[in-house]
Design a protein around this ligand. Structure first.
Ligand code: NAP
Length: 318
C-alpha cells in the first residue's frame, strides 16, 4: 500500500471526547475503520479525552452507580473504540480543506484524506487565567454545576460571572450549598431579567459587586479566594470551599472558519435533528455544536447520531 493509500480513510474523526469516541465506536463497528485524530496531551483545549480529563469524579454518567473518575471514563471509551479497529493519532489537526472530496486534513506536514469527516473538537470553558487555576481544577474549582454541585453539600461557595450561565449555575447550586456568593466584576448583571430576579430573591444567594477573583487560596483543596474591588482597588478574602467559574465557553472551531457555517459565537451549525453541517459529508457532534446541554452523555448521544448519519451518507454515495 502506498503512503497516500495508507493515509486515506473512509472517515476521519477530529477530537476524542465522549462525542468523538462514541462516533469512533459506532463507525468502527460499521467497518468504516475510522481514524481518530485525538489531540495533544499537553494542551488544555485539545487534550485527548476532552473536558472530562480535567474533572475528578463523574456521578451522573449512566452505568456507573458508584461514580467514575473523568479520565478513567474516557480511557474506557477509548479502549472500546480501539477494540473495534479504530486508529488513533495523538496529535492535533493543524489545517483542513473541505472544499473538495476526498476531504484533506493535515497534522503538521502529513496529509490525511477521507470520504467523510466527523468534527467533535468540543469546547472549553473560558477561565480566569489565574496562576494556580489548573491545579485546583477538581479540587474545589469547577466549571460545571450540574456535574460537581453535589460535592458541595452544606458548604459555602462562590460563582464568578454575571451572565445567564453564572446565574443559572448559582441558582442550581443553592440546592446543595448553604450559601452561594456571586462574584461579578460590575454592578449590573448581563443575565436576562427573569434569571436575575430569581437569583436576587433567593435567600441563599449573595452578591459581591465590582469584584474580581485575583487569587485562589488553599494547599491541596480550595479554601478561599482573594478578591479585589474593581473600583476602589481594595483587597479582601472570601472564605469558600468551592469556586465555579461561569464566564462563558469557547467552542474549538478556529480550524473550520471559512469552511463550516457557525453561529456568531463560533458554535458549528448543524441541521436540526441531525449532525449534518453545511458541507455534505462533514458531520459535527458534541459540544462543538451544542451550547445548551454540554453534558458527556448528550455529547456521546450526538456522537452516535453523527456516526449513523455518516454511515448512511457514505452508503448513499456508493
Ligand atoms: P456571557 O453572557 O458572555 O457572560 C459572561 C459573564 O462573565 C459576563 O457577566 C462577563 O462580565 C463575565 N466575564 C467575562 N470574562 C470575565 C473575566 N475574565 N473575569 C470576570 N468576569 C468575566 O456568557 P454565559 O453566561 O456563559 O452565556 C452565554 C450565552 O448562553 C448567552 O447568550 C446566554 O444568554 C446563553 N445562556 C442561556 C441560558 C438560559 O437561558 N437558561 C443559560 C446559560 C447561558 P461582563 O458582564 O462585565 O462582561
Amino acid at each position: 500500500m502506498s503512503r497516500a493509500e495508507s493515509n486515506h480513510h473512509e472517515v476521519i474523526i477530529i477530537g476524542s471526547g465522549p462525542a468523538g469516541l462514541t462516533a469512533a465506536i459506532y463507525t468502527a463497528r460499521a467497518n468504516l475503520r475510522p481514524l481518530v485524530i485525538e489531540g495533544e496531551p499537553s494542551s488544555t483545549s485539545d487534550q485527548p479525552g476532552g473536558q472530562l480529563m480535567l474533572t475528578t469524579e463523574v456521578e451522573n454518567f449512566p452505568g456507573f452507580p458508584e461514580g467514575v473518575m473523568g479520565p478513567d471514563l474516557m480511557m474506557k471509551f477509548r479502549e472500546q473504540a480501539a477494540r473495534f479497529n479504530t486508529t488513533f493519532i495523538t496529535e492535533k489537526v493543524t489545517k483542513v480543506d473541505f472544499s473538495n472530496r476526498p476531504f484533506s486534513v493535515w497534522v503538521r506536514d502529513t496529509k490525511y484524506t477521507a470520504q467523510s469527516i466527523i468534527v467533535s473538537t468540543g469546547a472549553q470553558s473560558i477561565m480566569l487565567g489565574l496562576e494556580n487555576e489548573k491545579r485546583f481544577y477538581g479540587h474545589g474549582l469547577s466549571t460545571c454545576a450540574t456535574c460537581d454541585g453535589f460535592f458541595f453539600k452544606g458548604q459555602e461557595i462562590a460563582v464568578v460571572g454575571g451572565g445567564d450561565s453564572a446565574i443559572e449555575e448559582a441558582t442550581f447550586l443553592t440546592k446543595f450549598a448553604s450559601k452561594v456568593t456571586i462574584v461579578h466584576r460590575r454592578e449590573t448583571l448581563r443575565a436576562s431579567k427573569i434569571m436575575q430576579q430569581r437569583a436576587l430573591s433567593n435567600p441563599k444567594i449573595e452578591f459581591k459587586w465590582n469584584s474580581q477573583v485575583t487569587e485562589i487560596l488553599g494547599a491541596q483543596k480550595l479554601q478561599g479566594v482573594g478578591l479585589v474591588d474593581t473600583i476602589t482597588g481594595q483587597k479582601s478574602q472570601l472564605d469558600v470551599t468551592g469556586l465555579f467559574v461561569a464566564i462563558g465557553h469557547r467552542p474549538n472551531t478556529d480550524l473550520f472558519k471559512g469552511d463550516l457555517e457557525m453561529e456568531d459565537s463560533g458554535y458549528l451549525k448543524t441541521r436540526p435533528g441531525s449532525s449534518y453541517t453545511n458541507i455534505n459529508g462533514v458531520f459535527a457532534c458534541g459540544d462543538v455544536q451544542d451550547h445548551t446541554y454540554r453534558q458527556a452523555i448528550t455529547a456521546a448521544g450526538s456522537g452516535c447520531m453523527a456516526a449513523i448519519d455518516c454511515e448512511r451518507w457514505l452508503e448513499a454515495q456508493h
